[in-house]
Ligand binder design. Structure first.
Ligand code: GEK
Length: 246
């Protein structure tokens, strides 16, 4: 089992042309370091997902970790689950990420099983779920597919089930948008990224990671049928919501 991620230097050297960001082998190898140094509050959101699992996962139900990457959320859910008869389905469409996820999964025969599945979450159906996580994943799904995905998640949840939706967001107020980005970049610099790395990564993500406002997320969740959606975490321009099925 591999514990440590290599240090992320993916955008450290100057490039003539910055291609669109992809979750390939190069990214998978450094992903734990990359996301920890890039997403403010990442560790808190992942660790606290286990608290929500302890509170809301129902016996004999499924948990879906959508866009599971290396399985950090799935492992946190497993740590939190207190009830019998559950399975965690950890889904990603990047074979490189899943390969690393399987390699890093600690053996724990006595805990809730985790199945890693290679699939496009925009094409999946959901069933018998009591908890679903979209931790920093919806932002990578094409805008036109987001509503249908949330409706299918809602349909697949049991009564009382929850969706944890964590996202990078943008702000309607241009000054707040600029200030939040300024603080996010300060966070990245404090974690050792230089201005070249920050700007090349930003270009690579430009048409790949499409953030929306909190209001857009709340409206979409409501339209998908969720009874309510409450903000439980924010750090700069990164938030997490808990959406509940009635
Ligand atoms: C964590 N939740 O560490 N279907 C399946 N997976 C997808 C799709 C799709 N259509 N599009 C993107 N992904 C994780 C972090 S990372 C966030 C999530 C980030 C996957 C993609 O391959 C990647 O692994 C993940 O979504 C997004 O708790 O890198 O900022």
């Amino acid at each position: 089992m591999k514990q440590d991620s290599e240090q992320d230097r993916v955008y450290a050297d100057p490039r003539n042309r910055v291609d669109e960001f992809v979750f390939d082998q190069q990214v998978a190898r450094v992903f734990t370091d990359m996301i920890g140094r890039s997403v403010p509050g990442y560790d808190s959101v992942i660790n606290l997902s286990s608290v929500l699992a302890a509170q809301y996962v129902q016996p004999d139900s499924l948990c879906y970790d959508l866009g599971c990457s290396l399985g950090a959320t799935a492992q946190a859910l497993r740590h939190g689950i207190r009830v019998p008869g559950c399975r965690i389905l950890a889904v990603d469409n990047s074979p490189a990420m899943l390969e690393q996820a399987v390699e890093r999964l600690p053996a724990a025969a006595d805990r809730t099983p985790i199945d890693f599945i290679c699939a496009d979450i925009a094409e999946m159906a959901f069933d018998n779920a009591s908890l679903v996580t979209l931790n920093f994943t919806l932002q990578f799904i094409p805008l036109a597919q987001r509503s249908a995905l949330l409706s299918r998640i809602h349909a697949g949840l049991r009564p009382g089930g929850i969706l944890i939706l964590s996202e990078k967001i943008r702000f309607d107020d241009p000054e707040e948008e600029a200030l939040q980005i300024e603080m996010h970049h300060a966070f990245k610099r404090a974690n050792g990224y230089n201005d070249l790395e920050i700007s090349q990564k930003r270009s690579a993500l430009e048409n790949v990671l499409i953030p929306e406002t909190l209001k857009q997320h709340r409206n979409r969740l409501q339209q998908a049928g969720f009874r309510r959606a409450d903000l439980w975490f924010q750090c700069f321009n990164f938030v997490s919501l808990v959406a509940r099925k009635g």
